[in-house]
Design a protein around this ligand. Sequence first.
Ligand code: ADE
Length: 223
Amino acid sequence: MRIDIISVMPGLLESPFSHSILKRAQDKGLLEVKVHHLRDYSTYKHGQVDDYQFGGGAGMVMMVEPLVNAIESLQKEVTYDEIIYLTPDGHTLDQKIANNLSLKGNLLMICGHYKGIDERIREQFVTMEISIGDYVLSGGELAAAVLVDAIGRLIPGVLNDETSALFDSFQDNLLAPPVYTRPEEFRGWKVPGVLLSGDHRKIEEWRYEQALKRTKERRPDIL
Ligand code: ADE
């Protein structure tokens, strides 16, 4: 999968993809992430990319022309399955959206800043609008990083143990059960005996019960 990201603050996206699972995905050739500086596509003085909004009001709006230049120049290299705009008024990201996007070939993400992007870009180019939650960030970059992470780890072949994503929280509308590792006892705090029993059927039953209990207590809305 190739993911291109258009940003006015590319520095914010320098390191999130260079560690851990996303790094491995790129090293294995399963994922390629390219960040593009919107200023490089500006034809205005001093690389201007934003301007005052028509109708008045505080806050700048990202201009049509640099964005069109950036999108159309990238479209000459790649055909995108989705052009995604990260915005607080988009669809709230969930595991289902991440699962669907992880099966796509090429994605383009546009990070908004200031008051957002000129509506004509949303009408003419954007195919999906995604929010990462009901709060406002200072720009779309951190939201894009979250989205790339959520998608990247699900790309087939990225996780070592293919099954581990299947047991993530939210994957079956259930939160994940509690987990423990060595030692079996620390300061008298014991690991539940069933996990040490070697009885895999009992262990699976226990995990399912715990996941259900946790979901009922914390997130009954997803059940
Ligand atoms: N840009 C600003 N806030 C955002 C959010 N919550 N989700 C996605 N993009 C954003």
